[in-house]
Design a protein around this ligand. Structure first.
Ligand SMILES: [Zn+2]
Length: 97
């Protein structure tokens, strides 16, 4: 019979700022620098300079505490923003297992 030709559409690849893993964009959480600060972009549609962190809790710790995110976004991460991102990560990293 005929071989099924999978329509391979290249998936955008992004790199986690903490661990450096390059993976499917959808598996990463986008963080954007906006006029109001640094926020998690749950819709993927916010305009602005973006960085990506994978779902692992350790990567969020790394990104938020070691300045990796600030470096990548060239912006200062306020304590409020960091707290909001931690809260966001807590609900999206699957309970830190
Ligand atoms: Zn990572």
């Amino acid at each position: 019979m005929t071989a099924t030709k999978a329509q391979t559409r290249p998936t955008p690849q992004r790199t986690c700022v903490a661990c450096g893993t390059t993976t499917n964009k959808r598996a990463l959480i986008r963080i954007v620098r906006t006029a109001d600060g640094i926020v998690a972009d749950s819709t993927g549609k916010l305009a602005g300079r973006g960085a990506y962190v994978c779902g692992a809790g350790a990567c969020w710790d790394e990104a938020l505490t070691n300045g990796r995110l600030e470096h990548s976004l060239k912006a200062k991460l306020s304590a409020d923003d960091a707290n909001a991102l931690r809260a966001y990560a807590a609900t999206h990293s699957g309970g830190g297992q």
